[in-house]
Design a protein around this ligand. Sequence first.
Ligand code: BDP
Length: 710
Amino acid sequence: MKFKLLLFFLFVTSICLAEDGYDLWLRYKPIEDTALKSQYKELLHKYVANESSPTMAAAVQELKCALNGLLDYQITTESKPSGKTLLMGTPENSKYIASMKLDKDLQKIGNEGFIIISQKGNTVITANTDVGVLYGTFHFLQLVQMHQPIERLHIVSSPKVKLRVLNHWDNLDRTVERGYAGFSLWDWHKLPDYIDPKYIDYARANASIGINGTVLTNVNANALILTDTYIQKVKALADAFRPYGLKVYLTARFSAPIEIGGLKTADPLNEEVKQWWKDKVDEIYKAIPDFGGFLVKANSEGQPGPQNYGRTHADGANMMADAVSPHGGVVMWRAFVYSNEEPDDRAKQAYNEFKPLDGKFRENVIIQVKNGAIDFQPREPFHPLFGAMPKTPLMMEFQITQEYLGQGTHLAYLAEMYKECLDADTYAQGKGSTVAKVIDGSLDNHQLTGMAGVSNIGTDRNWTGQIFGQANWYCFGRLAWDHQLTSEAIVEEWIRMTFSNEPQTVKTIKNVMLGSREAVVNYMTPLGLHHMMGWGHHYGPGPWVANKHRADWTSVYYHKADKEGIGFDRTASGSNAVSQYFPEVAKQFSSLDECPEKYLLWFHHLPWTYTMKSGRSLWDELCYKYQAGVDSVGQMQEQWNSLQGKVDEERFDQVKSFLQIQKNEAEWWRNACLLYFQTFSGKPIPDDIPKADHTLEYYEELSFPYAPGH
Ligand code: BDP
């Protein structure tokens, strides 16, 4: 009987301790260290704030909820600061803050930055705007969640880019293109009348990392979103998000004037078309006065665009820009364009199309460029457009959803990938002209700046399907705020808030995460290989994909393996894509000695016998890279297993299971790719690499008609 009781007790305890991931990095779990807790309590038992605006009310609400959890204490409100008071507000809404002479700092931080400062025994969170105070509050709570000292603070922080936006590839039927976390959050059918509380938590989470915009709909756009019925639904979301500083944007289908406007054309130079967009935009702004603007995918992968009418991307973008400009809106126009009718290397096409248009866009147009020239591959060199259009603002487009990096299960911490791109040197104006400086406007002096991340969020209880997907949402926001943060610093914040402050746990999870993206590159596409995933759904390996209706969607187009060797010659003897980079970079990528081996087969076609820096042949190196990827996942598993009992059971088990899936799939990639490439190299796979458990034909015949996200 006693034993049964004990079992029951253990069961109940484990249910109580279970965490399903819903709370993200805003868990606010009680601080157990009693000394630390009383130190915090000392400074945090009363606050002064003017809660008259919804944003200030949201900041105070967050503070109360957080301290209630962290300190098990209800902070109380006071009418004036009296020492050991938390003072929140702007010089406008607080006479105490107005009298504090913070002008020097306030001048530095613009509309969204914040200051956290200890003064006369009080802690002050202030900004020029209410939303700045909200961001400051989240930052302050982050310090407490991370058990940092708060007695002597002087933090001055402001975002490096202006538009920090998520791109949801969400369809109106709630499927999500390349979404692996369930369905779309936006319950269009119940909107505008039902506001799911999840919308508020979504806005809170975004505000906590400084994300200030959300494009609600898929870039492969549906014109219906621009009809009155849907505008009312979008308005309801915009109203719900507004207190959190989160603006809504929509994708605009270029042919909307025909599809929902009854016009005969969508030609951007046609007067009726221009008027249609102006009227449509007026209608949207009437409902949503702070509507952000449009994101447009045009003349790409079958989407309509200005080129259908013999016009340029600038003609199309400017027409929409003119419509939103009187309302302060922007147009984010995507540079992700390529055509299978164009014989030139796909990697060159966006540059060829857009570079000549530099300086031809309206002031409120920003060109959204993917980090690399192909398509969100596990590793790509930076896009040659960065630095090449000095007269035009360019914004970054990263993919957070792991379409090409293991989809719904593989652990890949993407700050490593984002930083690799942001820190890359374009040499546009000599050494030090990093991609980050192009993006933040400092290189060419642009005011309109931005970073977009293709969202990995869905209806799954833990938001991102896998717990570690949350880290990618988090790090995207943090890097959009400050691209100078290191991937390691960000991961530390995330782990401490998401899992634990216990040093060994933090260290172990860090080890698991920091090498994870490199592991994925190794077992999928090492040494500069790219675009070798399964056809259509992009799940699993498919290096054999060939003979499809579009050559540029096959794998053989990219790896070009033959009896002699492997790789895409993009030097002067090949497609000469290297020439799109500034001379220093072009020289480096062209030279076999200087080209980093991680990009080798991106730029060079080399014999299987080519000697690598390790002294191995290219073939052997390739084999060992695949194996290294598999081995890394094994190490990640070992590390993770050592955390049993240190992190809650529910999340521990999910990660453990997913790592096993990742291990199996890493082996699958290795086996399938090596067996396939061996048909060309004709060389043995080194003996110390485990033998594939199936034939190449077996791997080629696997089919996944219902793979998610497609
Ligand atoms: C590709 C995705 C496709 C997107 C496209 C895009 O496979 O679903 O529509 O990117 O960015 O990677 O437009």
